[in-house]
Design a protein around this ligand. Structure first.
Ligand code: HEC
Length: 120
């Protein structure tokens, strides 16, 4: 008798699971392809610049106080300066302030930041 009750409970549980599994796929019929979502082009160099550099060099790279203007300068020049800082080669008297920020950058990040700044 006890075995029959256990079997009955087990069958009830299995049946309940089966019902749920059948309902789920039918709940999301897809008749037409979804509209593509328009996202603005994200410039990785700009994002990185705004996240890391603008606090010192200014919102638009215009420079402020002793922090150099970077906007509109040739990308190759900026790449060379950033690689020098990253390598630990001093550029100016305050290089120690700048080096940690350059050391955190990859080659690709240096290139994209330089392209972004050159285009301002
Ligand atoms: C804490 C402030 C600070 C931050 C943040 C900072 N810099 Fe600098 N940066 C400096 C200082 C100070 C110098 C001048 C260092 C020297 O004397 O060589 C400098 C110099 C530079 C130079 C060389 C300018 C020249 O004409 O010699 C470049 C290029 C530069 N920074 C780019 C960046 C970029 C790109 C970032 C973000 C990844 C950044 N900086 C973040 C303070 C900062």
């Amino acid at each position: 008798m006890r075995v029959a009750v256990v079997a009955l409970i087990a069958m009830t549980a299995l049946t309940a699971c089966g019902d749920k599994a059948e309902v789920a796929p039918a709940a999301a019929p897809q008749t037409t392809a979804p509209e593509p979502i328009e996202t603005p082009a994200v410039n990785p160099g700009k994002l990185k610049y705004l996240a890391v550099c603008q606090g010192c060099h200014g919102r638009d790279g215009q420079g402020q106080g002793s922090f150099a203007k970077l906007a509109g300068r040739p990308a190759e020049e900026l790449v060379k300066l950033l690689r020098d800082y990253r390598a630990g080669t001093p550029v100016g008297p305050q290089s120690a302030t700048m080096m940690p920020f350059a050391k955190a950058l990859t080659d690709a990040e240096i290139d994209s930041i330089a392209d972004y700044l050159a285009g301002l």
